[in-house]
Design a protein around this ligand. Structure first.
Ligand SMILES: Nc1ncnc2c1ncn2[C@@H]1O[C@H](COP(=O)(O)OP(=O)(O)OP(=O)(O)O)[C@@H](O)[C@H]1O
Ligand SMILES: [Mg+2]
Length: 277
């Protein structure tokens, strides 16, 4: 495997060491790999993603991209969040190009570079099926379309790594399926390495070449599950016995790492009257 991201003994604590969000996380992620992360709430998925993005610094350990330790955010990495965070006063096209235009003032970027980015913005608009809405404003679009705009914007500078934190969490099930096939297509076409966090185990298996299960308190990697599905996914695969079996195994693992065996047990804990002793 041609290693793109090497995470070595990554530790991150908050609250003067009282919260261990990441404890000795070690993982190699390959070039053009699509790796998905699942795990109980609070197990450090977002923290890990933010550390790879360079938005947080590790307490100890290292994260390297192409062998170089990361020291902050960079154009080689782009992040997409659950909430689309588009600029409401700009059209779809201007939203996609906006960051590039801003960079003119900050970096050594000329207006010729911006012109070139314009051509790429057109190509991304085509790729995302946004042609018919490119002059619309975000509030005129559905959630799925807004997220496509956010993805196109992230892809504009040709990042080598796309970091996605529950990007489809706010979408309905049907729209999510469409987005799954779209993002798989994008990852093949753009040859981007994708690190994708989700709460949806089915989504994690369908998209991932490997599913990393994380465990909480302290946040750590519990297990890594290779996905044995044909590279060319189709929605019917979700109905196969192997898929269901893997889904069940991962769900069980997540529940066990959270110390909860059934949802009812969790509910019982949450509704248990406070102990006065
Ligand atoms: N800025 C911060 N300050 C203090 N504690 C933090 C901060 N960010 C995260 N944490 C803590 O670190 C732990 C991991 O949080 P993180 O957001 O990474 O979990 P997560 O796996 O993404 O959870 P979820 O599935 O709910 O999004 C949690 O205990 C959280 O409270
Ligand atoms: Mg999170």
């Amino acid at each position: 495997m041609d290693i793109k991201i090497r995470i070595e003994k990554a530790c991150k604590t908050f609250g003067e060491g009282s919260i261990t969000a990441l404890q000795e996380v070690c993982l190699d992620i390959g070039s053009n790999e699509f790796v998905t992360f699942v795990g109980a709430s609070g197990c450090g998925k977002s923290t890990l993603l933010r550390c790879i993005a360079g938005l947080e610094t590790l307490s100890s350990g290292s994260i390297k991209v192409d062998g170089t330790p990361i020291s902050g955010p960079g154009v080689d990495r782009a992040m997409v969040f659950q909430h689309y965070s588009l600029y409401p006063w700009l059209t779809v096209m201007d939203n996609i190009k906006f960051t590039r235009q801003l960079q003119i003032n900050l970096e050594d970027i000329t207006s010729a570079d911006v012109e070139a980015a314009s051509g790429r913005a057109d190509a991304l608009i085509d790729l995302m099926g946004l042609n018919h809405v490119k002059n619309s404003y975000p509030n005129q679009l559905s959630g799925g379309m807004q997220q496509r705009v956010a993805i196109a914007r992230a892809l504009l500078p040709r990042p080598q790594i796309l970091l996605m934190d529950e990007p489809f969490g706010a979408l309905d099930a049907q729209t999510r399926e469409v987005m799954h096939d779209m993002i798989l297509h994008v990852s093949k076409l753009e040859k981007t390495t994708i690190v994708f966090v989700t709460h949806d185990v089915e989504e994690a298996i369908y998209l991932g070449q490997r599913v990393v299960v994380m465990a909480p308190r302290p946040g750590r990697i519990d297990s890594i599950c290779p996905v044995n599905l044909p590279a060319q996914r189709n929605q019917d695969m979700k109905l196969s016995a192997e898929f269901m079996q893997q889904k069940k195994a991962i769900l069980t693992r997540i529940r066990e790492t959270a110390g909860v065996h059934t949802d009812l047990e969790l509910l019982a804990r949450m509704t248990k009257p406070a102990d006065n002793n």
